[in-house]
Design a protein around this ligand. Structure first.
Ligand code: NAI
Ligand code: 15L
Length: 268
């Protein structure tokens, strides 16, 4: 049966807030959890992904989980280790113990961030391109995808790992013209990931049907995802302001954009 009750981790964040607004229209009853309280949501669970007891209680009785919580940008390895690597492990363990059978994992384009972007007539980047994380952050998403595969193979728990491009209300850079996922398409994709049958562990790119898209959306479409949006209407203004991507600029050379040139953040 299609899931009805869904735990949304990271519900206070940018994407969590967008999805809190959009997913109830699909008939889901959302249970919310985040480190931070959420305005107007007194029933939201406030807990750290390090708190295994709280996670176990939070996942009890839900049909599925959308896992958005974690550090969403580059940080020090120590912080990424705690929140994204141990935190995601803790959530999967809680889900296993409580018998939750489906997780939608917010992976990221930064798991393959060092992949050169297609230029001209180059083919789209396939989903099975070797992972090339561009940051400690991207490494944690690579780990999450492996963890998801492991929980399928070992325990029969299903995951759709969504390598999200940029999900914000509007594209704000020329790179985002290629990687943008409109909030409406984000909700469509999460709904498809929750309801498609027999996904085992499926990895998909998460973006709209952008004219300038860099990657192959066929594994997402195979789940039933039909993107409705395209960033192209924003192109004229953004290109006029910023210019086209510069072939000589290393910040514009790879899928991960400026993450690839970001110096590592060391603790303290
Ligand atoms: P965000 O930073 O706005 O939200 C993340 C939320 O997770 C925050 O509310 C934060 O309080 C919570 N959180 C952080 N550490 C936690 C912990 N230890 N325990 C419990 N909660 C914790 O990020 P955003 O943009 O909403 O992204 C959501 C997820 O989607 C993240 O996992 C991010 O890596 C992923 N993603 C987002 C993209 C986007 O375009 N927004 C692109 C690619 C991936
Ligand atoms: C991500 O993974 C980040 O969470 C998000 O804030 C954006 O930076 C996005 O990737 C991107 O690549 O634009």
């Amino acid at each position: 049966p299609a899931p009805r009750t869904v735990l949304l981790t990271g519900a206070a964040g940018g994407l969590g807030t967008l999805m809190r607004g959009l997913l109830p229209a699909y008939g889901y009853e959302l249970r919310l959890i985040d480190l931070r309280p959420i305005d107007g949501e007194p029933d939201a669970i406030i807990a750290d992904l390090g708190d295994r007891e709280a996670l176990r209680e939070a996942v009890r009785g839900v049909d599925a989980i959308i896992h958005l919580a974690g550090i969403s940008l580059e940080s020090s390895f120590d912080k990424i280790l705690k929140a994204n690597i141990e935190g995601t492990y803790n959530l999967y363990e809680a889900a296993r113990e409580e018998g939750v059978e489906r997780i939608v994992f917010a992976s990221s384009n930064h798991a393959v961030g060092f992949t050169p972007r297609p230029r001209g007539d180059d083919p789209l980047i396939p989903i099975d391109t070797p992972r090339r994380p561009d940051t400690f952050y991207g490494l944690s998403k690579s780990f999450g995808e492996d963890l998801a595969q492991f929980y399928w193979d070992k325990h029969g728990m299903e995951t759709v790992s969504v390598r999200i491009g940029s999900c914000f209300p509007e594209p704000t850079s020329v790179r985002m013209l290629s990687v943008w996922m409109s909030p409406g398409d984000g909700a469509r994709l999460f709904h498809a990931a929750l309801t498609a049958e027999d996904v085992q562990h499926t990895v998909v790119y998460g973006s709209s049907a952008n004219t300038r898209v860099w990657w192959d959306l066929s594994t997402a479409r195979a789940l039933g995802y039909e993107p409705q949006d395209d960033s192209e209407p924003y192109a004229e203004k953004l290109v006029a302001e910023q210019g086209e991507l510069d072939p000589e600029n290393p910040d514009h050379a790879c899928l991960g954009g400026h993450f690839v040139t970001k110096p590592p953040i060391w603790p303290h």
